[in-house]
Design a protein around this ligand. Structure first.
Ligand code: BLA
Length: 296
């Protein structure tokens, strides 16, 4: 047994993906997404690196896509996300894990379409019933410490943000949390009520576009993707696969949404955070209310 840390032989995020697809297929009909074709066979610069990319849509789901990157006995990456059609204001499923032999950096959440501090009604509607999930996991998967402050507005009160040693036990807990969070998301899908007001649909569309625009520009995985598949293909992967919709769901630019990143010559400032890192501890209380840094 390998409880001493490091990646046990054969550890893989594939089983997370299989679980999610199987569970989804029990509830809805998945069809391959057009983006699938171009990204099915991605070849990395390094021979020991295997990419697996899958994308689908379904009647209520605009895009469900998954990317795993596997280096034998070394780095393992999971990037799994699912977005509803704009007729639904439901949260976005988000599971990201970057695992090296030393540690796993994990974000697991039902990312809100609307900031849950500014929109309390949204928080009540979608997160109140799921608070037991974070109570179940906040000790085993503890808050990962200071984080890019801008990320917080895309996180929900039930977000799991953690940095762990990739022991067998921790990997089990992570898988268990992934299953619980994914089932919660599917539960939301089952109960989803289609919006008919054009204004509200447009609003949902813009909120999803804003999210895609943020992640397509500032995702922490981008530097590694560039290293593994080259800058041009990494850019295509980000805009046409991982955050597909960023060029079609809306017309606003990154700087329209996030003007604080504008440099004097009108370019986008390259650094990820303008505010810097903060939130040493979990900034929501047990009721999901945002309390910020404990010492503020
Ligand atoms: C680090 N990834 C991180 C961190 C976060 C996330 C919060 C810690 C650094 C920070 O404070 O920002 C993930 N941040 C997110 C997510 C959202 C967000 C999911 O705002 C959603 C709104 N990670 C991946 C993929 C790769 C990856 C696909 O998901 C690689 C291909 C790598 N993430 C990665 C690496 C780090 C990291 C290497 C450490 C380096 C760094 O901190 O920049």
């Amino acid at each position: 047994m390998s409880y001493g840390g490091g990646l046990g032989a054969g550890f893989s995020y594939q089983k997370f993906v299989h679980f999610a697809l199987e569970q989804t297929r029990l509830r809805t009909a998945l069809t391959p997404h057009p983006s699938q074709e171009k990204f099915k066979f991605i070849k990395a610069n390094e021979d020991n690196t295997v990419f697996n990319a899958l994308s689908f849509s379904a009647p209520k789901i605009r895009l469900l896509r998954s990317l795993t990157i596997e280096q034998k006995n070394s780095v393992q990456v999971l990037d799994f996300a699912a977005f509803f059609e704009p007729e639904y204001d439901l949260p976005i499923f988000c599971a990201n894990a970057f695992t090296s032999p030393a540690r796993s950096i994990v974000v697991l959440d039902l990312n809100p379409l609307y900031d849950t501090t500014a929109h309390k009604d949204y928080r009540e509607k979608y997160y109140r019933n799921f608070m037991p999930l974070i109570h179940k996991y906040s000790e085993l998967l503890p808050w990962g410490g200071k984080i890019t402050s801008e990320s917080l507005r895309f996180f929900s009160p039930i977000v799991i943000w953690t940095i762990l040693e990739p022991t067998e036990t921790n990997n089990h807990v992570l898988y268990s949390a992934f299953m619980d969070y994914y089932k919660a998301w599917l539960e939301l899908m089952n109960g989803a009520v289609q919006e008919i007001s054009k204004d509200k649909i447009d609003r949902n569309k813009e909120a999803q576009h804003k999210y895609l625009t943020w992640r397509a520009e500032k995702d922490p995985g981008y530097p590694l993707l560039k290293k593994l598949i080259g800058e041009n293909f990494a850019k295509d992967l980000v805009t046409e696969f991982l955050f597909e919709g960023v060029n079609t769901l809306g017309t606003k630019s990154f700087l329209d949404y996030f003007p604080e990143y504008a440099s004097d010559d009108g370019a986008i400032i390259k650094k990820r955070s303008m505010i810097g890192k903060s939130f040493e501890t979990r900034p929501w209380n047990a009721h999901g209310e945002f309390v910020g840094d404990g010492d503020e």
